[in-house]
Design a protein around this ligand. Sequence first.
Ligand code: NAP
Length: 282
Amino acid sequence: MATILDGKKIADMRLEILKEEIEDSRIYPRLATVIVGNDPASQMYVRMKHRACEKTGIGSVGIEFAGDATTDQVLQTVTQLNNDADIDGILIQLPLPKQVDTARVITAVFPEKDVDGFHPFNLGLLFSGRPRFEPCTPKGIMTLLSEYKIEVAGTRAVVVGRSIDVGRPMAALFTNADATVTICHSKTKDLTEELRHADILVSAIGRAHYITREMVRPGAIVIDVGINNVNGLLVGDVDFEQVQHVVSAITPVPGGVGPMTIATLMENTFTAANVRSCDTVW
Ligand code: NAP
């Protein structure tokens, strides 16, 4: 039977440790979230992030824009948050509505407050093998693997998806951890052929139950990033019921990668606050 990689349990444990670290530090980290529009899923994620802040003793402010906000309006707020000495981390909840220029907004966040790690400067450092802020979902996955003592070095890691928030940084983190990495995407010719080689398979596609038992190497470790709403139920990219019988470890959805993402955001925010409080130049 596969080990269920319990992200919820590990995340709760890490948040508890972080809370104590924050208490001992006498630093009061503060996170600002920016959301545009009223997409229910995005609103729920932002609420969960604020709740995690409360749990750990991180202050938080939430800035909400109507769905028809312009790029300039969002940029103005980012500038204010950049210049606000009381704010350590800025999180722009993605996706932004079509009329808002996402790349400009992400690039406007000061890299030292970019706790999501999406700024090209931080992504560049990550790809150079000198990471500073690493995007929360892939970093949370590395933490989860490490908490379960799963060795990454020397493995074949296959990542499905090449977004800047998950797929690409996941591949960079695996590379930095000495895995041999393949990135697959919608133009990959024979996905099953690629996946059958994976010791560690990460799926970040956004298609319910797309990864089936036949596509997975027996004994593999499967990390399911996907969050898909099927008739009001949240399910992953992986056909969990079938795949769990052939793999050695697998994350559930919900309760796997999601909680690790949020715990990592809290950890990144504390790191940002720590660095700012020491006036350290990275
Ligand atoms: P995204 O930006 O839409 O990227 C999806 C990627 O999947 C793209 O690179 C796309 O390829 C690839 N893809 C789509 N269909 C494919 C197929 N049939 N075969 C192979 N590759 C395919 O999505 P994302 O932001 O990375 O998110 C992916 C999923 O993870 C979503 O369900 C999202 O909700 C979830 N997510 C979860 C967390 C968490 O904390 N659990 C965090 C972030 C995202 P192309 O590049 O060729 O189009």
